[in-house]
Design a protein around this ligand. Structure first.
Ligand code: ATP
Ligand code: MG
Ligand code: ZN
Length: 260
């Protein structure tokens, strides 16, 4: 048969009914040459499966990223599972502390905008490190914030190491290292000697964070007056200006409650 302009006409079947062993009959369309569309429901099942694998991978990547962050934050291994959920607030003072910590973590954007610091102080074993770590873990996993956990002694030692003649780091580099995380947690404030040089180091780090409006949580066994005396008026004054608060942890140590 010839068409009007003389070309040979080939009859083209563009659609046919095909049977899928899983889903029964479906209309298959010719794509090109011998290529036909496959069962649309099989295609959907396959893309759903691929999406599920991709989602699993994304979740895994996020988990790995969180693990990496927690590692970089130098959170002590013993505290890496210390979340709000496992904190047992069994007194008014601890309930206040837990509410404060929850509010702090949940509104960390506001905390950051104001540079609002906090001082957790009180008896040994009352959960100061636990709740500060819970805040850190929360903002790392929910807001992808950076956190650094250190003791006052380690911070001071790190800066003092720069004074050695063979040091490769400069003092200002180390200070800006402590000033850069979104949240710095300084444990065991008041344990170090508290010499004038150490006070100055603390002040320099704090002042740099203050200028950048970056919040810090301090943990101490001293009472309120002791903390003020130890940290010095200049530091305390800066913390107060940005709405910093003292949170008292009263009562007995929780440590005897923990299974060996
Ligand atoms: N209210 C609580 N609920 C559950 N676990 C708690 C509670 N308080 C403390 N713990 C647990 O008890 C142990 C001691 O608490 P944590 O180290 O936080 O105390 P601390 O106030 O930092 O003490 P220190 O001043 O001696 O450093 C930790 O393992 C912590 O997880
Ligand atoms: Mg502690
Ligand atoms: Zn099918």
């Amino acid at each position: 048969m010839k068409s009007l302009n003389g070309d040979k006409v080939v009859s083209i079947i563009s659609e046919q009914t095909v049977f899928c062993p899983n889903h029964g009959k479906y209309q298959s369309r010719n794509v090109i040459g011998k290529t036909w569309t496959t069962c649309p429901r099989c295609q959907k099942d396959e893309s759903d499966a691929l999406e599920a694998v991709a989602e699993q991978k994304r979740r895994q990547d996020k988990q790995n990223e969180l693990q990496r962050r927690v590692g970089e934050a130098c959170i002590p291994a013993r505290f890496r599972d210390r979340t709000f959920e496992v904190f047992n607030a069994n007194s008014d003072s601890l309930r206040f502390a837990l509410d404060f910590a929850l509010e702090y973590a949940n509104n960390f954007d506001d905390v950051l905008r104001a540079g609002r610091s906090a001082i957790f102080h009180g008896n040994p074993g009352t959960g100061k490190t636990h709740l500060s770590v819970a805040i850190g873990l929360y903002i790392m996993s929910h807001d992808q914030r950076t956190v650094l956990f250190s003791t006052a002694l380690r911070m001071i030692r790190r800066v003092k190491d720069c004074w050695k003649r063979d040091s490769v780091d400069s003092e200002s580099k180390i200070i800006s290292l402590f000033a850069s995380p979104d949240l710095l947690i300084v444990d065991e404030v008041g344990v170090q000697f508290g010499s004038e040089a150490e006070r100055i180091i603390m002040f320099d780090i704090l002042n740099e964070r203050y200028e950048k409006r970056r919040p810090t949580i301090f943990l101490s066994n001293l009472d309120r007056e002791g903390v003020v005396e130890f940290m010095g008026e200049r530091v305390i004054d800066r913390l107060r200006e940005d709405g910093g608060m003292f949170i008292a942890f009263d009562g007995e140590s929780y440590r005897p409650n923990l299974a060996p």
